[in-house]
Design a protein around this ligand. Structure first.
Ligand code: BGC
Length: 740
């Protein structure tokens, strides 16, 4: 339907009908207007599978549960995410679902975030690219998406009322870009506004974010929908740009909209605008392209491939992995038989079929449950059995992980520990058999107090319903591990950048670490972590060579091509995730992370094969957000482009000089120190005429001290020292203001 047709249709609606369209008809439906042929559409949760509740039925429709965001992001594979999106869309179409409520792209500010299993990463570029690919996959099949939860919704504690106290630069650099990339690259049909406040104001009331940034700066043209129950004031939220309230408000808040229009408090153009967007959405959903075929078996196979692509081999000493099929293995731990493969809460899928590693294991593998995950109590009988099984096997594989009571939507974790009974089990098994492999099923990082006692660790994350098959494929080397960590694994909770400010104090949480989230913090502080962001091993080996930059010197308006050759130097086919980081100039003025991920690619290589991977870096790769300029700014200087295997493992690096074409705006006042004057040669020239007596000072200071003295001297001091009066200062400032 064209915009013209939509506005004609909207004109036929009464004020009550318009206000009504601005909220749901039920928990999962929008309102219809039969007399005008406006149909009802259904929205439903995802994001890693269809979660469709049929009225009056307890369970949701059985659907393939793909690996949640915590896992799929470790694939660093945009094509895979698009395929998953397409497969879920096929199921949505089958069930007449118009909008899938995902992807969830919030940044993992703390490893304790209860919903981290659903989110992609601590890095905004990775989260944004994963989201954009997923959205493309869903929407090209005629189903809408809802990028959530916009904005700064990074914890579960008091999630519906807490105020994220966060500065603009941090929002722009860390918490917004995943949404920005998703909106600009994939044009989602809806964006879901979050429950929380930002700097004391509910997101729903932030016109600046919901309208000016989202629509004005990023070009979003869809519907802003509230998170379920997030509306705090229907009228002010609507004015700020929150178009659709979900779920049904019982009619009360629809009436408030109509009443506000009637009383003249609200311009009717405001609900009109929201209605036009909602109608556009409804007709987008109902005029969908040809229905894609639904094949649950094929989807399950895709979930298996996705789980394998997303698993991360953290450690592999002495080549303990891959296992050899003829050798006697003991699978220990409840999760070998009943894997934990998804998180709890609104994303919980009723799986089509779940595979366990034990069921898929080669013949002869013995099993011991080791622990009961319903409670954290060491059961000596279970441990003895496990020790016995380990002693009689050539290799012991312990399946450990976080139970649902430790990790779910609705609450944050209290610690980063596995249940102690599982730690104890791993230690004891490692004493019984030196060849121990730990397989982890968790949606967020855990401490590993036993790391030095075990030979290998395979992080399966929450791997979706096919995690068991994928795990066996990897353990037995049918597939080489090729995922890398989408978040840092710190050694201990106390090391995390948000440690002192998570989950905050009462109704406020200060994002005091600023832009130093995840590896940006650890890399800058040169801190040891258990496993760094971007880390992941393979059964083969890769060599990097020939890093080439398109130029040695560019301006911030140019693009820089970066290419690097990667060779598979091992004996098995495999995939490498090449990461490109940029480090800022060493003498830069801005306080910036030591390096930031600016591009990545996953390459498949046969043994002996070399491929050239090419990237293009634009202005944003070098820029930071300059608060007073209210814009992205590139400081002139020498940047380092790093081709890396992980956030700390540099393979190759090369310098590039980037020249700024934007002049940093300086507002000159009596307090402006001379070092700021120095940024603009024209200003230096003007001020030099007022420095007639500086030689006197120069004579009594060492050159270094004189340099500092003058650098930090404000203009009023400079004039004072040189015998000028207040009126001269005024004259100087007026000359300088002409430069601003
Ligand atoms: C969650 C959303 C979800 C919605 C509907 C909310 O509580 O935060 O992510 O889409 O419920 O289930």
């Amino acid at each position: 339907m064209t915009d013209q047709e939509i506005s004609e249709l909207a004109r036929k609606l009464t004020l009550e009908e318009k206000a009504g369209l601005c909220s749901g008809a039920g928990t999962w439906t929008l309102k219809s207007v039969e007399r005008l042929g406006i149909p009802q559409i259904t929205v439903t949760d995802g994001p890693h599978g269809l979660r469709l509740q049929k009225e009056a039925e307890g369970l949701t429709v059985p659907a393939v549960c793909f690996p949640p965001g915590c896992a799929s992001a470790c694939s660093f594979d945009v094509d895979l995410l698009e395929e998953i999106g397409a497969a879920i869309a096929a199921h949505c179409r089958e069930e007449n679902v118009g909008v899938l409520l995902g992807p969830a792209v919030n940044i993992k500010r703390s490893p304790l975030g209860g919903r981290n299993f659903e989110y992609y990463s601590e890095d905004p570029l990775l989260a944004g690219e994963m989201a954009a690919a997923f959205i493309k996959g869903v929407q090209k099949n005629g189903v809408g998406t809802s990028v959530k939860h916009f904005l700064a919704n990074n914890q579960e504690t008091r999630r519906m009322s807490v105020s994220a106290e966060v500065d603009e630069r941090t929002l722009r650099e860390i918490y917004m870009p995943a949404f920005e990339i998703a909106v600009k690259k994939a044009r989602p049909w809806t964006v879901m506004s979050a429950y929380n406040k930002i700097n004391g104001k509910y997101v729903g009331d932030h016109r600046g974010y919901l309208t000016d940034v989202l629509r004005g700066e990023w070009g979003f043209d869809g519907v802003v929908v509230s998170d379920w129950g997030a509306v705090n004031n229907r009228v002010t939220n609507l004015e700020a740009g929150l178009d659709l309230e979900m779920p049904y408000s019982g009619g009360e808040r629809d009436a408030q909209i109509a009443e506000a229009v009637r009383s003249g408090r609200l311009d009717e153009a405001v609900p009109d605008r929201a209605v036009a967007r909602i109608l556009k959405l409804i007709f987008r959903c109902t005029k969908a392209p040809e229905k894609p075929p639904l094949d649950l078996e094929a989807s399950h196979a895709l979930a298996r491939r996705a789980a394998a692509e997303s698993a991360v081999l953290l450690k592999n000493e002495g080549g303990v992995l891959p296992l050899k099929e003829g050798k006697k293995a003991a699978f220990i731990g409840k999760y070998a038989k009943e894997p934990r493969f998804q998180g709890g809460g609104s994303s919980h899928i009723n799986p089509y079929k779940v595979s366990s590693a034990l069921a898929c294991a080669p013949e002869g593998v013995v099993f011991a449950p080791g622990y009961d995950d319903k409670k954290d109590e060491t059961d000596e009988k279970l441990i003895h059995e496990a020790e016995e099984a380990a002693r009689n096997a050539e290799v012991a594989v312990v399946f450990a992980g976080l139970p649902e009571w430790k990790e779910s939507e609705g609450f944050d974790r209290k610690d980063m520990r596995l249940p102690e009974c599982q730690n104890e089990l791993i230690r004891r098994v490692a004493r019984a058999n030196p060849r121990v492999v730990v397989v982890l099923h968790n949606g967020s990082p855990v401490e590993m107090p036993w790391i030095d006692d075990v030979a290998a660790v395979l992080e399966m994350n929450l791997g979706g319903e096919a995690v068991g098959e994928a795990c066996v494929d990897l353990l037995y080397g049918r597939v080489s591990p090729c995922g890398k960590l989408a978040e840092s694994f710190p050694k201990r909770l106390e090391d995390t950048p948000s440690y002192l400010n998570f989950p905050g104090e009462r109704d406020k949480v200060r994002y005091a670490e600023g832009v130093f989230v995840g590896y940006r913090y650890y890399a800058t502080k040169k801190m040891d972590v258990l496993f760094p962001f971007g880390h992941g091993l393979s059964y083969t080996t890769f060599e990097y060579s020939n890093l080439r930059l398109g130029a040695e010197k560019i301006t911030d308006k140019d693009e820089l091509t970066v290419s690097v050759d990667v060779t598979n130097t091992g004996k098995m086919s495999g995939k490498e995730i090449v990461q490109i980081y940029v480090a800022p100039p060493e003498d830069g003025e801005a306080i910036r992370p030591a390096r930031e991920l600016r591009a990545f690619a996953k390459v498949a290589l046969n043994p002996g094969e070399t491929k050239t991977v090419t990237f293009t870096l634009g202005k944003r790769a070098f820029a930071y957000y300059h608060e007073s300029m209210r814009d992205w700014f590139v400081e002139s200087g020498t940047y380092t482009v790093i081709a890396a295997r992980s956030s700390i493992d540099t393979a190759l690096s090369a310098p590039v000089y980037v020249e700024s074409t934007a002049r940093e705006k300086i507002h000159y006042t009596a307090d402006t120190p001379y070092c700021d004057v120095r940024r603009d040669p024209r200003a230096v020239e003007i001020v030099s005429h007022y420095m007639r007596e500086m030689d006197r000072l120069e004579a009594v200071f060492s050159p270094e001290a004189f340099e500092m003295l003058i650098s930090y001297m404000p203009l009023r001091g400079v004039l004072n020292m040189n015998g000028y009066k207040a009126k001269d200062l005024e004259e100087l400032l007026s000359k300088l203001s002409a430069l601003e």
